[in-house]
Design a protein around this ligand. Structure first.
Ligand code: NAG
Ligand code: NAG
Ligand code: NAG
Ligand code: NAG
Ligand code: NAG
Ligand code: NAG
Ligand code: NAG
Length: 443
């Protein structure tokens, strides 16, 4: 139905991603196997995770997708020689992908799968370039609900001229004429082919582009998918880079320049959560979660749920932080303020503010190596400045989104003590609980 309207030209492609059931309107929430299992996956892993998502109360908080990442096929480019379909690894998935989807659906969850817009996936399994229709039809028939579509092994005839990637500071290779239209790039074409194949299926499949910010995807991702990866892979460390992956602070620094791109139906994806992994401190775990939620990045858990530590589970279940990410009325993510737009991979933007149905929110990150006092000055928050329409005057009630407790009522500012690498997350309303700036970021 959506597809036939598209053919008649009634819907623009960008609107085709607006599904009647609301899929893709809000940032996706779920779990993905890559960060902790890599290729060591099986049907049992996903069924066990699904049970834990229900038992641990994660499903009730909105985590719904259980996503298979790379390595589910048969290595190489082998496809079924009759149907041309990718063959699920019979040892890892003896009942096929459809059986895993059935198991997820029986628990009220959804299943995600992984593909690649090149000849092979990053791990060397069959890619979908040239097989978009075949693969989309298979996934749809198997009951898949979400596709993460990666960007490895691009053949020469599909390479972008010029080429743009953010990992080198965003400098495109080659001459880029002023006003260059990245939506006409070969990368955009590769991802649009899969979009069109998904839209012809009789099934709504959320479309997550894993294109690492290449080809200036921020300019065309919203016409192509529901979310688009904006930078290199994440790894579980506070600062630095490792083998082409980026730690939390460089990613946050990149995000500060693109805050205005995310909105309903289309999100910057700052990569899956590392909460619970590596050697982050508890405060670093908290900052990671709060800031990814504030950016309205998809919230895809990437840690083992078996024997998950209670303090880590508590971070992933912080209900008021999740509610900001999933707000049904305000689509925009938080805005960096008190920031000079210079960019710093160890000390990125640390004052962020946004709006939700419940009020104005501030996320105050301490990038320093010691605990410090951070001052939340109401007049500095973009939404509470006088030029904003319909700002209700203070004093304001400040509420702690982590603990769910009110901190107090203040006229001009409040000083918050923030531990090393922690993030204070507060909600600001009028003293009687009204939204102080209902028009702000209402889009
Ligand atoms: C198709 O593949 C199967 C097993 O992978 C093989 O036994 C068979 O010979 C192939 N058929 C053709 C026509 O290549
Ligand atoms: C797409 O790839 C072809 C073949 O390599 C190349 O000639 C063309 O310039 C590329 N187009 C763009 C817009 O980068
Ligand atoms: C599409 O799916 C719906 C619901 O499963 C079904 O009722 C309908 O017949 C299907 N349409 C086609 C053309 O397969
Ligand atoms: C985001 O901000 C940049 C820089 O100010 C601007 O060029 C761009 O048009 C904005 N994008 C949107 C979607 O508002
Ligand atoms: C993305 O596309 C959707 C659907 O057309 C639209 O509602 C939304 O405003 C767009 N987002 C941005 C940031 O332009
Ligand atoms: C925070 O998570 C890391 C994994 O990122 C874990 O090793 C660490 O123990 C956690 N911190 C605490 C205090 O639980
Ligand atoms: C980043 O900010 C810190 C703290 O202000 C400063 O010491 C450091 O020199 C900055 N780094 C760069 C590359 O500007």
């Amino acid at each position: 139905m959506i597809a036939s309207l598209l053919c008649l030209g009634i819907l623009k492609p960008v609107d085709a991603l607006v599904s009647p059931d609301g899929t893709g309107r809000l940032p996706a929430m779920g779990w993905n196997s890559w960060n902790e299992y890599a290729c060591d996956i099986s049907e049992d892993v996903f069924v066990r995770v699904a049970d834990l998502m229900v038992d641990l109360g994660l499903k009730d908080l909105g985590y719904q997708y259980v996503n298979i990442d790379d390595c589910w096929g048969v290595k190489g480019t082998t496809r079924d020689n009759v149907t041309q379909r990718i063959i699920p690894n019979p040892v890892k998935f003896p009942g096929g992908i459809r059986h895993v989807a059935d198991e997820m659906h029986a628990r009220g969850l959804k299943l995600g799968i992984y593909g690649d817009a090149g000849t092979q996936t990053c791990g060397g399994y069959p890619g979908s370039l040239g097989y978009e229709e075949v693969d989309a039809a298979a996934w749809s028939e198997w009951g898949v609900d979400y596709l993460k579509y990666d960007n490895c092994n691009i053949p020469q005839e599909w390479v972008d001229v010029p080429y743009m990637y953010p990992d080198n500071g965003g400098s495109p290779d080659g001459d880029v004429p002023p006003g260059y239209d990245w939506s006409a790039s070969n990368s955009s074409a590769r991802y649009n082919r899969m979009r069109d194949a998904l839209l012809t299926q009789n099934r709504t499949i959320q479309y997550s582009l894993c294109i690492w910010g290449h080809a200036n995807v921020a300019a065309w991702g919203n016409a192509t998918g529901h979310s688009w990866r904006m930078y290199s892979d994440i790894y579980p460390a506070w600062a630095g880079a490792r083998q082409g992956s980026q730690a939390l602070m460089p990613i946050l620094n990149q995000a500060a320049f693109y805050w205005n791109v995310s909105g309903f139906w289309g999100r910057n994806d700052w990569d899956m959560l590392e909460v619970g992994n590596g050697d982050l401190t508890l405060e670093e775990n908290r900052s990671h979660f709060a800031l990814w939620a504030a950016l309205k990045s998809p919230l895809i858990i990437g840690t083992k749920l078996d024997a998950i530590r209670p303090e880590i589970l508590a971070v992933l279940k912080a209900g008021e932080i999740i509610a900001f990410n999933q707000d049904p009325v305000y689509g925009a993510g938080a805005v960096p303020y008190r920031w000079d737009r210079v960019g710093n991979d160890t000390h990125p933007a640390d004052y962020w503010a946004g709006s939700s149905s419940r009020g104005v929110h501030a996320f105050l990150l301490n990038t320093e190596e010691e605990e410090r006092d951070t001052e939340l000055v109401f007049a500095e928050i973009p939404g509470l400045q006088e030029q904003q329409p319909a700002v209700r005057p203070g004093p304001y009630l400040v509420h702690d989104m982590w603990t769910g407790e009110d901190i107090g009522v203040f006229s001009d500012s409040v000083v918050l003590r923030v531990k090393r690498h922690d993030t204070a997350a507060v909600r600001v309303t009028t003293a009687d609980g009204q939204h102080p700036s209902p028009q702000w970021l209402l889009r």
